[in-house]
Design a protein around this ligand. Structure first.
Ligand code: PA5
Length: 439
């Protein structure tokens, strides 16, 4: 099991930081496990890793093979939870440079998460001369950004392959029964997969929404699910030694002490989008009713030369959570000469892995001294199994934390505010007269 270590936060925590929260955690656990708390109808992800339909998984792997065979490029259309998880895991398990390195697999581009004409036109121009397929992911099937991107890419597919050719290149992941995308997919007759109605967007990376694009990249869905399943079995055990209980209690205590910002850090550039996924998970789950820890993310050591100054000496209202992979991947031996002009001789015989790890240790010590509590999550390695554990660990902690905070961790009512104004400005029927006066 992954490990949680709060040794570097203990100087900031009262002695009873965990014991005083055991009752709250016991209650939060029971609400999560039974689906009887606020938003309980959306806790289907809690037991999903053990209930996944094996036949559906086979069909998903078969569909991924078809997409691979017929496509140089896969366009994945989705926003929020309908893309961040897939992109996070793709980059973490391959590379941020996946599209440059993916020789025997299609390139994968994520869109439908913007209304920028420049960004969409650029991608349409890129795929026009290439063989491509489109995977549209939207739980509600009504979100404007992916709907518009799908419209544009569908037009291009039809121009290029004709109506029936286009149908064979469209793949849809949406709610089993409801929504505009479900009706459209049924009308087109294209291949579809569903996101269970009991699983909300930001908790759906281990459903077809994340697993299908990842399988196209030849990442193993079964390994991801197996890691998540092992984490599920461990984290459902109540008690003080439960890593999710410890993380939730430490966050909650620090928050009560006025630490309103959590900075997620990792020393692997491939982790960057995992940070984006994590920010949505915690930001949308906790940020409501005037509550919530503001989630931020940094990539070290790069951001030690941009955000490092603030973290070290800025306003003392933050804490840091570091994700560390115990076994780092490539070995990169260093062999500088004693006479090296940049004075690197002291590193002779070392490996870059060692240097990166000392940077991590040195930074933690500096930040703790500077007044920033440091939480550490250690994962064995960057593999599908361990990333499955990490995903489930964060999701489970997020559910516990939301209930500890007294909010509904499974809704996002605040997202509607911008949509209502935008639709009113765009003249969408039903939104007339909804604009606030300040406009
Ligand atoms: O967590 C959520 O539910 C949201 O962030 C959604 O993922 C996001 O708004 C996209 O919604 P949909 O998949 O319905 O297009």
């Amino acid at each position: 099991m992954l490990r949680f270590d709060c040794t570097n936060a203990l100087p900031f925590l009262p002695e009873n930081w965990l014991s005083s929260r055991l009752e709250g955690l016991t209650n939060a656990r029971s609400l999560l496990e039974t689906g009887s708390g606020l938003g309980g109808a959306f806790t289907g992800w809690v037991h999903f890793p053990e209930t996944y339909d094996q036949q559906e998984l086979e069909r998903l792997l078969q569909t991924a093979r078809i997409i691979r065979e017929q496509s140089q490029v896969l366009i994945v259309i989705g926003i929020g939870g309908s893309y961040l998880g897939a992109r996070a895991v793709l980059e973490l398990l391959t590379s941020p440079n996946y599209n440059l390195l993916c020789q025997d697999r299609p390139q994968i581009f994520f869109t439908g998460n913007t209304l920028s004409p420049d960004a969409l036109t650029e991608l349409l121009d890129y795929v026009r001369p290439r063989d491509f397929s489109v995977l549209v992911i939207s739980k509600s099937g009504t979100t404007l950004e992916p709907s518009l991107a799908f419209l544009l890419f569908r037009q291009l597919l039809t121009e290029k392959y004709g109506k029936s050719g286009a149908r064979d290149r469209v793949f849809v992941v949406t709610d089993r029964r409801q929504g505009g995308l479900r009706s459209l997919a049924d009308a087109l007759g294209c291949a579809t997969f569903s996101i269970p109605s009991s699983i909300g967007g930001r908790y759906c990376v281990l459903t077809a929404a994340g697993l299908l694009p990842l399988a196209v990249a030849k990442l193993d869905p079964e390994e991801l699910l197996s890691g998540a399943r092992d984490a599920m079995l461990r984290l459902r055990q109540p008690g003080q030694d439960n890593p999710a209980w410890q993380y939730a209690a430490a966050r909650n205590t620090l928050y009560q002490q006025g630490k309103g910002i959590e900075v997620l850090a990792c020393y692997e550039p491939s982790f960057r989008f995992f940070g984006e996924w994590w920010k949505q998970l915690f930001g949308e789950s906790e940020g409501k009713d005037g509550e919530g820890i503001f989630p931020a993310s940094v990539e070290f050591t790069a951001d030690l030369h941009s955000m490092g100054q603030y973290i070290q000496e800025g306003k003392r209202d933050l804490f840091e959570t570091v994700v560390h992979f115990a076994v780092s991947g490539a070995s990169c031996p260093l062999d500088p000469q004693d006479s090296d002009a940049q004075a690197l001789g002291y590193l002779r015989g070392r490996d870059l892995r060692y240097v990166n790890d000392q940077a991590r240790r040195g930074t933690a010590l500096a930040h703790v001294k500077g007044g920033v509590p440091n939480l550490l999550v250690t994962v064995q390695e960057r593999s599908a199994y361990w990333v499955g554990q990490l995903i489930y660990f964060f999701e489970y902690t997020c559910g516990l934390s939301g209930y500890l905070m007294g909010v509904n961790p499974f809704d996002q009512p605040g997202v509607e505010a911008y949509k209502n104004n935008m639709f009113a400005l765009l003249g969408k029927p039903g939104y007339e007269g909804l604009l606030p006066e300040v406009l």
